[in-house]
Ligand binder design. Sequence first.
Ligand code: FAD
Length: 519
Amino acid sequence: ITRLISTVGKTSQWNTVLPAELAGVDEDVFHKLRGDSEALQGRASKDYGNIAREVPLAVFHPASAQDIARLLKASYREAVPFKVAARGQGHSTRGQAMARGGVVVDMAGFRERGSGVGIRVSNTVDPSVGYFHYADVGGEQLWIDVLHATLEHGLAPLSWTDYLYLTVGGTLSNAGISGQTFRFGPQISTVREMDVITGKGESVTCSSQTNSELFHAVLGGLGQFGIITRARIALAPAPKRVKWVRLLYNEFSAFTKDQEQLISITGRKQNIAVDYVEGSLLMHQGPINNWRSSFFPLADHGRIISLVTQHSVLYCLEIAKYYDGQSENNVDKELQVLLQELSYIPGFYYEKDVSYVEFLNRVRSGELKLQSQGLWDVPHPWLNLFIPKSQIMDFDSGVFKNIILKRNITTGPVLVYPMNRNKWDNRMSASIPDEDIFYTVGFLHSSGFDNWKDYDTQNKEIVQFCNDAGINIKQYLPHYRTQEDWTKHFGPKWRTFVERKQQFDPRMILSPGQRIFNN
Ligand code: FAD
């Protein structure tokens, strides 16, 4: 059985045929489904990774959150439910937002039409939280827009990702990490309340007090329990300017020791604490400035490159300290105190003074440059890992100094920075190593269409090495192929994860592209 939208008449704008699997949806939903090849072969079947490709049955263009609820309810009621995936920006790399044989909900179009809750900043005090201000934000909204809207009130969220053209729903489904995470936790730690539509099509408002099981399930829940249509994000007064510093190291132990010291500054030393700590590798096969940001002055490229050649790999510590724009002298003094205690290579200190927006939006200029060269839409065989602190030295010798340098193919940024476990909420679905401090390592490869498999092979070798060496890695933005791997990934949380799936999406409708319950 097929239904011709054009023959249903009324308001449909798409002259298209929909398959039998969707025959049971009501008229309201039906008119917002698009099944023509332009829609199916377009962004709904692609992502940033440019490796996976899954063509859905239809793309859904909701005009309201209720429409999304209707769609999910329709699937839930079917004898054979159809899969549904919310697609934010599709900045996943392995098809996590795709829905083969199902329906992709076009959250980008939802945002562009202004159909969701938008971004509403509240200046009132929320007595139930530790922060005074918050914003109610649609799950389809981009973090860059959240930044601009909140800054109009002199406020901003506390925790970010490196790149801001990602949706709120997409990053909250993973965790949302960056150099601020050690201090404020991942983005999921800054959420106070959400509106979620479950796999049964029920609209539920949840927080850590009300419907808390759903709240904790959804945060870091890989889209498995519901579609986020609103998130209440904590805000704080926004700084105006940022001292942004990069320091070079030739020894991994000195680099990580300094990173760990920087993320442990608390209490009476709080005033000299930094607001952001990251780090990356500089290798001879890659340019020293890359799409994540150009930083080093041209005049210094020669001496940095000769240092990289001498050591094969350098480690670049990156810190940022916010200030209000008036107190430049103070911030400089505080930085000096801090830097005295660090053991970077003397003379390899680089500093920038930028606006807060320029700092947070630092990846955008690199993106636009790559886009203009047609190099943004290439395959991205990324691998992101969490590694316990106690095993990071083994990781350095086995992976950075062995696999990476020997294979000699890594061209994209490789990020390395530590986080504090106590800033994460263990009731949430996100799975992290069981140590007070753990590292994230991100291999952010860009490849050609003909050689992405070489990077994939390297990624597999890294994972295999860690398994053989007993390094307890967990993937971030995970991509596993077997139920056994997922069970291992969630460890003691797996049972709860499965129970929550039974409770909130018992017919296994949501986010099939994660391949957790439908390998
Ligand atoms: P999508 O890829 O569209 O979706 C991801 C998953 O979330 C899918 O399973 C989807 O079904 C589900 N989903 C989407 N919207 C919703 C919703 N409203 N409710 C419920 N589920 C939903 N991550 C970091 O943590 N830190 C970084 O610094 C960082 N930098 C990045 C830089 C670049 C250039 C790129 C491409 C990615 C980066 N990421 C980073 C990864 C990014 O956070 C994830 O890929 C995230 O999923 C992207 O959001 P999205 O809106 O594109 O989600």
